[in-house]
Design a protein. Structure first.
Length: 115
């Protein structure tokens, strides 16, 4: 199993970024996927999840209305569109595949929101 995130970077407050997570090594289309983040000096926190067919999503209150999770099962990729970014969104963002009994994680992509 391999999860490779991309799309992070430095963005000004109010800006947007789109993160991608390319998955391989498992049957992507039958599994839910999630995004988590770890702000500097803090614990990991849940950001968003999407079901296997893409028609069910769930968001942390802190990102609801600003972030959108989506997936392309033909490309084995899950996305996180982040709009109206705030300095509090600064974190390393991780893709997660809960393939029970094992959770798989990518290496993370850093997002910095700063003027």
């Amino acid at each position: 199993v391999e999860l490779v995130e991309s799309g992070g970077g430095l963005v000004q407050p109010g800006g947007s970024l789109r993160l991608s997570c390319a998955a391989s090594g498992f049957t992507f289309s039958v599994h839910d996927m999630s995004w988590y983040r770890q702000p500097p000096g803090k614990e990991y926190e849940f950001v968003a999840s999407i079901n296997s067919t893409g028609d069910g999503t769930y968001y942390a209150d802190s990102v609801k209305g600003r972030f959108t999770i989506s997936r392309d099962n033909t490309q084995n990729t899950v996305y996180l569109q982040m709009n109206s970014l705030k300095p509090a969104d600064t974190a390393v963002y991780y893709c997660n595949a809960p393939l029970r009994p094992t959770d798989y994680w990518g290496q993370g992509t850093r997002v910095t929101v700063s003027a």
